[in-house]
Design a protein around this ligand. Structure first.
Ligand code: XUL
Ligand code: CO
Length: 439
């Protein structure tokens, strides 16, 4: 039986369409810079938000009905109804991937063995559903932040027993990711951080996190996981200080502990902005370090200071992000909508309209990025900006063929520095507007 009987397959109808249940910009087969839109943009559904979150916040209970016809929530009947709803949802939108935490899939029991048996049963059910479709897992992860045992962290815990539970969850989540054909495996260190140094040994905790990641890599490779491991940086929330603050911090950590060959970044827009960066900044830092893996596509609110996980709507941000992605040649991961409807958007139509908004926003971002690249003026400006390094003393600096004394001698001979050249930010911003809105 259909879970969303009022919703038909969502089709591309073009920018003039006023049908809320149609794509205006995302046209899966349209070729942009030599590649189909759907190949540039492997979209994924986040199991937790789309099938789990029903509007509960710190001040009020659910506003949306996400029982999907099951007689009670928190049952295996409900877990299976979520699978049915999720697959119907993805098929109707043309989404080919999903992302999950272990405990998004089934109700968690006090006894981890019971939970694991439920996970086996449910993933068998998912595998059945996958047959005859091209839907697969983008990435899996273990939720090591909700259960009270992780109150002092998972890899960073003070308790060796808790550390074993974290290991057990990672082991199982890796097995499930492999079973469901996952491209990646994510570590989001939700509780890997601290509130006060008065009770924390930072070095000890970071070493333990790294060791757990090494064990995960060893086990993953042993059971045939060939994909990438990802760190998803986030500076704060729930912890005051999180160790994976931003891409630069996480990359430094991976290199320090010899994990950089197996790990890449999963960059979430709203996490980058919480760290005081733009989304595109963390994408750039990842890509210049060869670690741009996957993306959690959402956006925050500049007025609110927390992770609001909104569906992406900001076309400038999506354009800047897609410029990074296109210049990196695409990503091996995907675009996971780690986003939820606003609490009063509580209908089934709202669920679909949110994904349509997100997919259209990234399609616009992709088309704008292509236009900016084809226009060429911005790349041309950047090339010219650094042109003094193409010859003479500049070329020797790049070739690492100079001493500090030689460089100083050049300056002393010139006596006064001439204008180093305009940064021309306003000219470049005007080009972006012209490319975006000009005919
Ligand atoms: C939390 C967050 C997580 C990760 C996966 O802010 O983004 O949902 O994406 O654990
Ligand atoms: Co996320």
């Amino acid at each position: 039986m259909e879970k969303f009987p009022t919703i038909k397959e969502i089709k591309y109808e073009g920018p003039a369409s006023k049908n809320p249940l149609a794509f205006k910009f995302y046209d899966a087969n349209k070729v942009v810079l030599g590649k189909k839109m759907e190949d540039w943009l492997p979209f994924a559904m986040a199991w937790w938000h789309n099938l789990g979150a029903a509007g509960t916040d710190m001040f009020g209970r659910d506003t949306a009905d996400k029982s999907f016809g099951a007689s009670a929530k928190g049952t295996m009947e409900h877990a299976k109804a979520k699978v049915d709803a999720g697959f119907e949802f993805m098929k109707k939108l043309g989404i080919k991937y999903f992302c999950f935490h272990d405990v998004d899939l089934v109700p968690e029991d006090e006894d981890i063995n019971v939970t694991n048996a439920r996970l086996d049963e449910l993933t068998d059910y998912i595998l059945e559903k996958m047959k005859g479709t091209d839907i697969k897992c983008l990435w899996g992860t273990a939720n090591m932040f909700s259960n009270p045992r992780f109150m002092n962290g998972a890899g960073s815990t003070n308790s060796a027993e808790v550390y074993c539970f974290a290991a057990a969850q990672i082991k199982k989540a890796l097995e499930l990711t492999v079973k469901l054909g996952g491209r990646g495996y994510v570590f989001w260190g939700g509780r890997e951080g601290y509130e006060t140094l008065l009770n924390t040994d930072v070095k000890f905790e970071q070493e333990n996190i790294a060791n757990l990641m090494h064990l995960a890599v060893d086990y993953g490779r042993k059971i045939g996981f060939t994909g990438d491991f990802y760190i998803e940086p986030k500076p704060k929330e729930p912890m005051k200080h999180q160790y994976d603050f931003d891409a630069a911090t996480a990359i430094g950590f991976l290199r320090q502990y010899g994990l950089d060959k197996d790990f890449k970044m999963n960059i979430e827009a709203n996490h980058a902005t919480l760290a005081g960066h733009t989304f595109e900044h963390d994408l750039r830092i990842s890509s210049i370090n060869g670690m741009l893996g996957s993306i959690d596509a959402n956006q925050g609110d500049p007025i609110l200071g927390w992770d609001t996980d909104e569906f992406p709507f900001d076309v400038y941000s999506a354009t800047n992000a897609m410029l990074e992605v296109v210049k990196a040649g695409g990503i091996t991961g995907g675009f996971n909508f780690d986003a939820k409807n606003r609490r009063p958007s509580n209908t089934v139509e709202d669920m679909f309209e949110a994904y349509i908004l997100g997919m259209d926003t990234f399609a616009l971002g992709l088309m704008n990025a292509a236009k900016i690249i084809e226009d060429g003026r911005i790349d041309e400006f950047i090339a010219k900006k650094y042109a003094s390094f193409n010859e003479g003393i500049g070329a020797r600096i790049r070739a690492k063929d100079v001493t500090l004394e030689e460089l100083a001698a050049v300056a002393l001979e010139k006596r006064v520095c001439k204008n180093p050249g305009s940064g021309k930010q306003e000219y470049l911003e005007a080009i972006v507007n012209q490319v975006m809105f000009g005919k």
